[in-house]
Design a protein around this ligand. Structure first.
Ligand SMILES: [Zn+2]
Ligand SMILES: [Zn+2]
Length: 375
């Protein structure tokens, strides 16, 4: 997780364990600051003599034992959304935590345990992901572990699991990988497709035959807390054909490789914006299987989020704090106006709007389009 290393702080603690302490569970307290996104602990046992000691490892938070790996591991991490097997992910409460050292076997001369504890603080930053992907849980070829591997190799922080009319992927994805999975489902009807995000089991029955069914499915997902995107509305095969008056949050204007279908969706989105409607645009590769053109992270959805959790990423998308680009390597373009960023409303006309452009190539053109067309 190269990105979050940048705002990590670490601390070392050494604890001598004497032979007399054999069989005890020794607590080594440490303070966890407010706003911590991840804790990583590494243990090194320094032997004092020839005979070796065996020290087990675990941790407790302010209210409970949070994980235990016995003698199986010498390091672990706990993140808001992910953790090493044997450890529980979830809220990281500030206050006194303790590493638990199980003095299973301690040599006569004792041993010294050196602990390195690394804290990663929550911090607003641009995270990169793909909001539309498939797996073996529908008609995709990738297992969830393979997808995590691909995402990490490609430099992506998160992947949404939007299998067709299935939710088993949301119960099956690994939480010990670098990639954050966002639970999802692509509601796949004969009249077009929509994505649900952020809920493990958005609908009990996916089948939609008419507008009435659609409203019922959407309100069920909505009640459970799902965000909804209208997918590839102008796709030549699976365009949206059921009428436009229904409840959704975002529109997918960039699906897989750039083509006329996407341009039509983009033009429609522009018309919506010009008409005064604030509608967030998202993108996704729709990757199903190894393919030379349809590739995870192409396009990439960049989200300005304070941590790598589904809830924070999705609520940031909903604020419009989103940039779409060709790939995780860019190009990256964002707008700022004072402290406001893309997606925000800026009413102070005296503040200049800044365009920040990164990773463009020679001869690339940057066009800024407003309600008046190309500026
Ligand atoms: Zn689709
Ligand atoms: Zn799809």
């Amino acid at each position: 997780m190269a990105i979050i290393q940048a705002f990590s702080k670490s601390k070392s603690i050494s604890r001598f364990i004497s032979h007399e302490e054999e069989n005890l569970y020794i607590e080594v307290p440490f303070q966890v600051p407010v706003g911590t996104e991840q804790i990583k602990v590494k243990m090194e046992v320094i032997q004092e003599g020839v005979a070796s000691s065996i020290i087990d490892l675990g941790v407790k938070d302010p209210s409970r034992v949070r994980g235990w790996s016995g003698g199986a591991r010498t390091e672990f991490f706990i993140h808001l959304a992910k953790a090493t097997p044997g450890y529980l992910h979830g809220p990281i409460e500030a206050g006194e935590w303790s590493v638990i050292l199980g003095a299973y076997k301690v040599a006569n001369k004792g041993c010294t345990v050196k602990l390195t504890i690394e804290f990663t603080e929550e911090k607003l930053r641009w995270l990169k992901g793909d909001l539309h992907t498939h797996s073996v849980h529908s008609d995709g070829k990738f297992t969830l572990r393979e997808k995590a591997e691909i995402a990490t190799q490609g430099g992506l922080d998160f992947l949404a699991l939007t299998d067709h009319n299935a939710s088993s992927q949301n119960e099956a994805y690994p939480r010990d990988v670098d990639t954050l999975y966002i639970p999802g489902m692509e509601l796949t009807t004969n009249w077009g497709h929509l994505n649900f995000f952020g809920v493990n089991d958005p609908v009990r029955d996916f089948r939609v035959s008419d507008m009435e069914d659609l409203h019922a499915r959407l309100s069920e997902a909505r009640e459970k807390g799902a965000y909804i995107s209208l997918n590839h509305p102008y796709c030549r095969n699976t365009r949206w054909r059921l009428g436009w008056d229904f409840d959704y949050d975002w529109v997918e204007v960039w699906n897989g490789p750039w083509r006329k279908d996407n341009q039509d969706a983009l033009d429609w989105w522009q018309d919506q914006l010009v008409s005064g409607r604030r509608l967030v645009a998202v993108g996704g590769s729709d990757a199903h299987r190894p393919d030379p053109h349809v590739i995870h992270g192409m396009p990439t959805t960049w989200v300005y989020s304070k941590n790598l959790t589904s809830s924070e990423i999705l609520s940031s998308v909903d604020k419009g704090h989103v940039v779409l680009s060709y790939s995780p390597q860019g190009p990256f373009i964002s707008l700022t106006c004072g402290s406001r960023i893309v997606g925000d409303v800026c009413i102070n006309k005296n503040l200049p709007v800044q365009v920040n452009v990164k990773d463009v190539q020679y001869n690339d053109a940057v066009r800024i389009i407003s309600n008046n067309g190309v500026e």
